[in-house]
Design a binder for this molecule. Structure first.
Ligand code: TRP
Length: 481
């Protein structure tokens, strides 16, 4: 174990910005509205909110507890909390999940960056056929890969600066801007004449819409809530390993989850009103909504925005929002793997060499070296880019890169959000509920007894029974039904 004190985030605001930054992402603005549209609007939204409350938040809190108590990357945390046991294999599972998520996430992030640039240069405004524009992008791996590489490099650049000067600082700068842009867009969207219809679609239950989605709503909502909260795979655990002793975990989990959920709802309150108010053909818009998918954010919305006065500004805002949201999330995903590689992987040199002269260890010969953060970040980024290249190729209309009948891109999305994260959630709640010493659980929740410990029995019951059983049932019913 490292003897030096572990780095911590500098301020409470920094912690909220970083954790909410991780949570608020493409999941909220690209995935949530698409899923809601596909699964019939309001009913999906209600099931989603229930998933956040009953499964999402308790597991966010569990990750915070484990991370702060374990003080290491996701594998090291399990090793520290359960020495001599095999639980750290679950940490490897989490690291694999982060890697797979980034494979497709960086591709979509690349699209957002391209659309932002096209908005700034005004080219988006000159586009006649938005479906063709998006299809061209998807069928052109070179362009797609270029944008993906740029986005990955930006992410890597931030993470290379470390926890405080990289992740925390970037999140503190980007999150307020994101919220501001979001509120401006939302104000614009809901004041459009005809916006009501969109709000009704989002908030008023419509059984007919929902019944075609059936039981799938359950897995969709569960997967979406986990994906959106960044929960179930050690991302928040890694961030929590950088929390100081006085951070209030319950409060932080609540604030982060509320911010994330509000942003998802606000995104819906931008996209649905815009979709209904600006279209000349509501019938076909409803069809577009039902098919859901990336088309909504990358075809329908940019096209509709063009009919507004000062269209260019609105589309710059919209894609800026997406870029900011992605970037604060990709840094959190990259940090999961970076912390692991930096802390766990050792390189053994063929011959011992002298340690850097400036350090107190001056004169000591070392044969084993840690991998420096910037180097770790670079190697991991190359891996992500390779995975992203496969994803990009799989999106072309004639691509043969299919797994179980899905494009490789959809496959990664499905496996991570609908399988790995719920399974991860079950594991984390079982570990925190059954294995972890109750004293540690209580000490973390009460900051060593300095703040009142409330609802301890209820929480422990949720972790032991409600969350794992509930998630298991939802997972099985959704997949089978
Ligand atoms: N929550 C982010 C979003 O909504 C994505 C994300 C960041 C994530 N870190 C994660 C998803 C960890 C799963 C696990 O876009």
């Amino acid at each position: 174990m490292d003897q030096k004190a572990r780095v911590t985030f500098g301020t409470k605001l920094g912690i909220i910005a970083a954790t909410a930054g991780s949570a608020v992402g493409l999941g909220n603005i690209w995935r949530f509205p698409s899923q809601a549209a596909q699964d019939g609007g309001a009913i999906f939204v209600f099931v989603y909110l229930a998933c956040v409350a009953f499964f999402g938040i308790p597991i966010v809190l569990a990750e915070f507890i484990l991370g702060r108590a374990g003080k290491a990357n996701s594998a090291g945390t399990y090793r520290n909390l359960a020495p001599g046991k095999k639980f750290h294999y679950f940490g490897y599972f989490a690291i694999l999940a982060a890697f797979l998520i980034m494979g497709f996430y960086m591709v979509v992030s690349g699209w957002t960056l391209e659309y932002l640039v096209l908005s700034i240069t005004g080219e988006l405004g000159r586009t006649q056929d938005f479906s063709a524009l998006f299809a061209n992008l998807r069928n052109n791996p070179t362009a797609q890969i270029t944008w993906m590489v740029i986005f990955t490099a930006a992410t890597a650049g931030i993470v290379a600066f470390g926890v405080k000067k990289g992740i925390e600082l970037a999140s503190k700068l980007m999150m307020p801007l994101l919220l501001l842009v979001m509120l401006i867009l939302c104000a614009r969207a809901v004041t459009l004449p005809g916006a009501n219809e969109g709000l009704v679609y989002l908030f008023a239950p419509n059984l007919e819409n929902a019944s075609s989605a059936g039981m799938r709503i359950l897995t969709d909502a569960l997967g979406q809530s986990f994906f959106s909260l960044s929960v179930g795979m050690g991302c928040l655990m890694t961030y929590a390993s950088y929390f100081g002793k006085d951070v209030r975990l319950v409060k932080t989990a609540g604030t982060m989850a509320s911010l994330d959920t509000s942003v998802a709802i606000l995104a819906g309150a931008i996209i649905f009103p815009a979709a209904f108010a600006l279209t000349t053909d509501p019938g076909s818009m409803v069809e577009t909504l039902k098919t859901g998918g990336p088309g909504l954010v990358f075809i329908a919305i940019p096209q509709l925005l063009q009919s507004l006065p000062a269209a260019q500004i609105w589309s710059v805002f919209f894609f800026l929002l997406l870029v900011l949201a992605s970037l604060t999330s990709t840094i959190s995903l990259l940090e999961v793997i970076t912390a692991f590689v930096h802390e766990e992987v050792r390189v053994t040199l063929p011959k011992p060499i002298r340690f850097q002269k400036t350090k107190p260890e001056n004169g000591v010969l070392h044969q084993e070296y840690r991998i420096a953060r910037p180097f770790a970040v670079s190697v991991i980024s190359i891996g992500i880019i390779v995975l992203g290249i496969f994803c990009s190729y799989s999106l072309g209309d004639h691509s043969a890169l299919k797994v179980f009948g899905m494009s490789f891109f959809d496959f990664l999305d499905f496996v991570t959000a609908k399988l790995m994260m719920p399974i991860g959630g079950i594991f984390i709640s079982l570990f925190a509920g059954w294995y972890l010493d109750k004293k540690i659980l209580a000490a973390e929740l009460s900051n060593e007894g300095t703040i009142p410990l409330r609802f301890f029995k209820t929480y422990s019951f949720i972790l032991r029974f409600i969350a794992p059983l509930g998630i298991a049932v939802v997972l099985v019913v959704g997949l089978v039904g």
